[in-house]
Write a protein that binds this ligand. Structure first.
Ligand code: DQQ
Length: 534
């Protein structure tokens, strides 16, 4: 492959060339899935932003269309930034998005389909009333921090609500607007939620969940076992954080269950790269699905040179964990239609210090699912309570540092000589009251090229290794690895750029670099077919 093509993915969504960032307005209409996204038609760097558009019957294979929303009126002449779709009762969709006006102010606009009988919804009409929401001195909204409307929800009082990301000084806010007709919007006195010291909240998302993977329409309030999730994309850290709580739909405020001072929350969708994400309710299959943007770890100069930048993560099913304290995520079932040539191993021990090659899969384009059983927990090293930062702990205790139990897990996108590999693994420590499970994704050896960012990522996993198996699933696709620990309790996505472990030269291993033996209770791996994308 040419240098510009070697890192392109085979089953993750990406346009044929140029820059892509946030997923916008995902939805299903007349049985077709729509994905819009922030796109630069003129190059591989951010700029000239339009809403590019593709449709799909299965969320895996996609057909490209011409951009749906592009600068054409005063309210968006300098850019069509992120936003969301709302489906009205009866099925009509509408787009709310941020436009950049001639004074470079951020304003909110409405667009509706020109022809509702076209399932592809190729043409969109912008409302003659645009812009519908504007920053003014009276409403004290800063015109450079007012963007990214959510999917609107309909209250029991018949009024629509939408939130817009904002900040005032360092206080991040989800500004609330209400409307009876979707055209005339009034700002509520109080934001839905705000937290001081958090900076700008980009791309907010607000939706109901339960511990049943059957999802709920965004307007559902008051159902049994219902919780609400508020997600914000923190501009300062480029992390998508979410809080679980209660939506008081009378006061129109969100009350998070756990509050951490000057922090939005301690919870992230993904502990690697994953930003500006958005969920939608899939009314076809009754589920809530999460899309997120994964940027390059290359330098700007290198992604411009390769002529493209950015991929979308595999859509994830999303629901509430039984504990009510965190979300669960799992790649949508449809991705399994790309699996072929399954390789399976019967249960087997993996001795401390050993490594096993998984042969017979295309290791650069694979789906691998492995579970471990631990029998020698007494060998666990003591956990030091001062270790509060899992990412730091993972970078100090990388894949080559031996422990009592672990590191054990996968070495993927590995060269035969092991000069290059990405390691996704676990370590178990003995805490004062319970075992502490650490999940890491170590990119430090992922490429002989010194230029890409190789930050190691990590997260503490809320599992009990005494009673539960420890599972790891990784979706490997040339320059991206999406890993799901403990059946979806924690996700880590990384971008890597091997120079040797490319295509047929890539290998896949299960390794145990700890002192204790572990048992591989299940190991299944598949080569992945190429999806039809643009
Ligand atoms: N990207 C969009 C903004 C949004 C940011 C511009 C998040 O609307 O806040 O491309 O990545």
């Amino acid at each position: 492959a040419s240098p510009s093509q070697i890192y392109r993915t085979s089953y993750h969504f990406q346009p044929p060339k140029n820059w892509m960032n946030d997923p916008n307005g995902p939805m299903v209409y007349k049985g077709l899935y729509h994905l819009f996204y922030q796109y630069n038609p003129l190059g591989a760097d951010w700029g000239n932003i339009v809403w590019a558009h593709s449709t799909s019957t299965d969320l895996i294979n996609w057909n490209p269309h011409k951009p749906a929303i592009f600068p054409s009126q005063e309210g968006d002449i300098n850019g069509c930034w992120s936003g969301s779709t709302t489906i009205f009762p009866g099925g009509k969709p509408a787009i709310l998005y941020t436009g950049i006006n001639p004074s470079n102010q951020q304003v909110q606009n409405l667009a509706v389909p020109k022809n509702l009988s076209d399932p592809y919804l190729i043409e969109w009409d912008k409302s003659p009333y645009n812009p519908l929401m504007t920053p003014t001195p009276e409403n004290k909204i800063n015109s450079s921090s007012f963007r990214d409307p959510t999917t609107a929800w309909l209250g029991p009082d018949g009024r629509w609500r939408v939130i817009i990301g904002n900040k005032l000084n360092r206080r991040g806010k989800a500004l609330l607007y209400r409307s009876k007709d979707f055209v005339r919007w009034t700002k509520a006195k109080h934001p839905l939620h705000s937290v001081k010291g958090t900076g700008m909240w980009e791309c907010p998302d607000f939706y109901p969940v339960t511990s049943n993977p059957i999802g709920l329409d965004t307007s559902t309030v008051g159902a049994l076992g219902i919780k609400h999730v508020l997600k914000v994309s923190l501009d300062d850290t480029k992390h998508d954080q979410y809080a679980i709580g209660t939506y008081d739909h009378v006061k129109d405020v969100f009350d998070p269950d756990a509050v951490a001072a000057e922090k939005f929350s301690g919870l992230r969708y993904d502990y690697g790269k994953f930003y500006a994400s958005k969920t939608f309710y899939d009314s076809l299959k009754k589920r809530r699905i999460l899309w997120g943007w994964i940027n390059e770890s290359l330098s700007r100069e290198d992604y411009i040179a390769q002529g493209w930048s950015g991929v979308q993560g595999i859509p994830r099913l999303l629901w509430l964990d039984k504990s009510g304290k965190q979300l669960m995520q799992w790649p949508i079932k449809e991705i399994e239609t790309l699996r072929e040539n399954k390789v399976g191993y019967p249960p087997r021990p993996l001795k401390g210090g050993s490594i096993l090659e998984v042969q017979g899969v295309k290791a650069a384009q694979a789906d691998v699912d492995v579970s471990f059983e631990l029998s020698e927990l007494k060998r666990a090293d003591a956990f030091d309570p001062s270790w509060t930062d899992p990412q730091l702990l993972c970078s100090q205790k990388g894949a080559s540092i031996k422990g009592g139990i672990g590191p054990f897990g996968l070495k993927l996108l590995a060269s035969k000589d092991m000069q290059e590999y990405t390691a996704v693994f676990f370590r178990i420590f003995k805490g004062q009251y319970k075992y502490v499970v650490l999940m890491c994704s170590d990119q430090s050896r992922s490429s002989l090229n010194v230029k890409p960012d190789k930050t190691t990522y990590g997260v503490f996993l809320d599992v009990d290794p005494l009673h539960e198996q420890l599972s790891l699933r990784s979706l490997i696709d040339h320059s991206i690895v999406e890993s799901f620990g403990a059946k979806g309790k924690a996700c880590i996505t990384s971008r890597v750029y091997p120079t040797k472990a490319l295509d047929n030269e890539a290998h896949l291993y299960v390794f145990n670099n700890g002192l204790a033996n572990v048992t591989i209770s299940n190991l299944s791996a598949w080569s992945m077919k190429k999806a039809h994308i643009d």
